[in-house]
Design a protein around this ligand. Structure first.
Ligand code: UDP
Ligand code: MG
Length: 322
């Protein structure tokens, strides 16, 4: 049995060697044969150089280095393509995903689970972040078809058939959290205490998080479009009732001229609603635009491996409507 460990790294020079040491020690203790697939996501620091040094002394180290920063989703995809293991563990390079938990994942894998998910608790997080996360998951689970769970991230073990299934999903906009859930198979979750980042800093800014959240909302189905339609229908009915009332009043009492404020409020509110709806439609069009271009998810600048699953060139299978 071979275990692959996929590690996306973006500007992780400060911690990478320590991470590698801790992980290899832990894996040696656990015993299975393993390989490490590091993906350098276009780091501007010495990350690639460190990976090359590690690969020179340790034949279990594979690295793939991107031509620029393509984002963690692309890095995970590259890692999965290059991983040869019977099971693959995806983890962060910043030691926020404790290597000690890999053993537990392997136990669950041996019990027959296809996805073993480590779910972090939110201890140590800022209150604002916890609250927004709660609200977000409440909302998103009403809008998407798959169940997304707060605290569940990319730290997980995937069986070979799960990895193969994920690689079948060739969409350009990759929202892994949703993709993992979409794939399914036998899944189990356990909790771990969140570790605070030791070195470097999180690349997640508020703007990035917001966009990530929107991606999640929009990348799974057309329910936001449907919601926009419903809202439009609701507003139309309100407007019709209001119009009938105004006409009625005019017929009974004659025409009154005031109403400037009401008019202004209605016009601006409707304009706002229309802009939002247009934005939602635009988002979907934008997504279609990216998908039809069929650009690669990433470009490789340097690597010591040639084992990537072949780029899929076949046409997507016919669309199946749910
Ligand atoms: N990462 C990446 N590309 C990016 C941003 C992050 O490969 O554009 C990697 C990063 O090196 C780390 C993991 O993804 O291994 C998680 O990133 P980070 O710690 O910044 O995110 P957080 O822990 O705050 O969710
Ligand atoms: Mg982190």
């Amino acid at each position: 049995m071979l275990i692959s460990l996929v590690v996306p790294c973006f500007d992780e020079e400060e911690i990478l060697e320590r991470f590698h040491e801790r992980l290899t020690e832990e894996m040696a203790r656990l015993g299975p044969e393993f390989q490490l697939v590091y993906v350098d996501d276009g780091s501007a620091d010495r990350t690639l150089a460190i990976l090359q040094e590690l690969a020179a002394v340790d034949p279990r180290v594979r690295y793939v280095s991107f031509s620029r920063n393509f984002g963690k989703e692309a890095a995970m995809l590259a890692g999965l393509r290059h991983a040869e293991g019977d099971a693959v563990v995806i983890m962060d390079a910043d030691l926020q995903h404790p290597p000690e938990l890999v053993g537990r994942m392997l136990d669950e894998y041996e019990r027959g689970h296809d996805q073993v998910i480590a779910r972090r608790t939110r201890t140590g997080d800022r209150v604002t972040r916890t609250v927004t996360a709660r609200a977000y998951y409440w909302l998103i689970n009403r809008l998407v078809d798959v169940e997304l769970v707060d605290g569940v991230g990319d730290f997980r073990l995937l069986s070979r058939r799960t990895v193969d299934a994920l690689l079948e999903l060739t969409e350009y906009n990759r929202f892994s959290k949703g993709l993992f859930a979409w794939v399914g198979f036998r899944t189990t979750t356990f909790e771990y205490e969140n570790a605070v980042r030791e070195q470097g800093r999180s690349a997640w800014t508020f703007g990035k998080l917001l966009n990530y959240g929107l991606d999640g909302l929009l990348s799974f189905n057309n329910k936001p479009l449907r919601a926009a339609l419903h809202l439009g229908m609701l507003l139309l009915s309100v407007a019709l009732v209001h119009a009938a009332w105004i006409v009625g009043v005019a017929l009974v009492k004659g025409v009154e001229t005031p109403g400037y404020v009401t008019l202004l409020v209605v016009v601006t509110a409707l304009a706002g609603v229309q802009m939002v709806m247009l934005g939602v439609v635009g988002e979907y069009v934008g997504r279609i635009y990216y998908e039809v271009k069929r650009r690669p998810h990433f470009l490789v600048k340097a690597t010591n491996t040639t084992t990537a699953a072949p780029h899929r060139t076949r046409e997507p299978q016919e669309f199946v409507r749910r």
